[in-house]
Design a protein around this ligand. Structure first.
Ligand SMILES: *Cc1c(COP(=O)(O)O)cnc(C)c1O
Length: 364
């Protein structure tokens, strides 16, 4: 059978009926790949590490898994407008699913409220070309979310942030895919934490999956400059290079703590330097890509392993939440800019010198 998206694949776990209109852009079915270099960098005997490459969803992040549910259910109840606050990926996804709904003949407008200056260009351009109405505000994500909540109280608009329970429900499907593919749940699930919807969703998914012998310990990681759950208080001015987790007052705070406690896991923080070191390692030593915030999962795994918090012989899945092409500015900054900026004459001798090439000894 051809693949038709996460709702059709996992309908038995989701609040959908025969007559629910399925708005899908073929989200899900993302690769689960071994990460041998990261496994050895952890220095734990017999460790198996996998990346779940969520950046290979159609709009380049896991948000598509939640959005297919949120928008399908919005259409089912007759809504014609959706709105979200976003650090970028939610808006890209909402805009794409609204477009898909329109393509299937439904009226659907998408409004997006974003913090000015803090949305990576790749993400902003997506929301725009998919046809959303984009409003930038002075203020951070938390302020944008407050505005969205007020608008939804006053006007007939569907909120599609992760406060929408269908978003979290849809995002469970990644846990199902991981269990299907490994034949069981992993021992640890390492994941970045921003608004904390995704860690909540994975825990719910591992909890209701039928056929696994165990559930993973949930290891969530916030950025040190935006670590309200770790520090125990909302952060007024969150700051981090991982803009997707630059959130000071997570909507699913309590649920994330419950996932941590029920699974025997932890929520810790990683510095931007640790995140960027992991970000370079994922690209340069594994050949996979992600955006900076996604690397918090790998930075957190390495930190936890070094602190003796990963058991030998275990299986770990790190969720790479967003696509590497979303934030080319950080990618350039983390690379050898000096060599890329100089322009050479089209002369093979000069270029051989620039590359440090030496002629091979002549074969007799
Ligand atoms: C949304 C997002 C996160 C944070 O997920 P939450 O559910 O808000 O905790 C992390 N990484 C990327 C790439 C995201 O788009």
């Amino acid at each position: 059978m051809p693949y038709t998206g996460t709702i059709n694949k996992y309908a038995k776990y989701l609040s959908v009926a025969e007559n629910t209109p399925v708005i899908s852009i073929q989200e899900g079915q993302t690769p689960l790949v071994p990460a041998p270099h990261i496994a050895s960098a952890c220095g734990v005997d017999g460790l198996k590490v996998y990346f779940k490459i969520e950046g290979l969803n159609p709009t380049g992040s896991f948000k598509d898994r939640g959005m297919t549910m949120a928008v399908s259910k919005a259409v089912e109840k007759g809504a014609t407008r959706i709105i979200c606050a976003s650090t970028g990926n939610t808006s890209a996804s909402a805009a794409a699913f609204a477009a898909r709904a329109r393509g299937l003949g439904y009226d659907m407008d998408c409004y997006v409220i974003i913090p000015a200056g803090y949305v990576a260009l790749g993400k902003l351009s997506q929301a725009m070309i998919y046809g959303a109405k984009v409003i930038q505000i002075e203020g951070n994500f938390d302020a944008a979310l407050n505005i969205v909540k007020e608008l939804c109280d006053q006007y007939p608009i569907e909120l599609v942030n992760s406060l929408n329970p269908y978003r979290i429900e849809g995002q469970k499907t990644s846990a199902y895919e991981i269990c299907d593919e490994l034949g069981d749940a992993p021992d640890y699930l390492c994941i970045p934490v921003g608004n904390a919807g995704n860690i909540t969703a994975y825990w719910a998914g591992f909890s209701d999956y039928q056929g696994a012998s165990k559930k993973p310990k949930m290891y969530g990681f916030q950025a040190a400059g935006a670590a309200p759950i770790v520090d125990g208080a909302p952060v007024e001015k969150p700051e981090t290079v991982g803009t997707a987790i630059r959130i000071g007052n997570p909507a699913s705070w309590k649920q994330a703590e419950a996932a941590r406690d029920q699974s025997g896991g932890l929520i810790d923080k990683v510095t931007d330097d640790e995140m960027l070191a992991a970000y370079r390692m994922i690209h340069q030593d594994e050949g996979y890509a992600c955006e900076p915030a996604s690397a918090a999962s790998v930075a957190g795994l390495i930190k936890s392993a070094q602190a003796g918090k990963i058991e030998p012989g275990s299986t770990v899945v790190c969720v790479l939440t967003g696509n590497g092409l979303k934030d080319p500015k950080v990618a350039m900054e983390q690379s050898d800019m000096a060599s890329a900026e100089k322009v050479y004459q089209a002369d093979s001798f000069e270029i051989a010198q620039a590359l440090g090439l030496k002629a091979a000894p002549v074969q007799q």
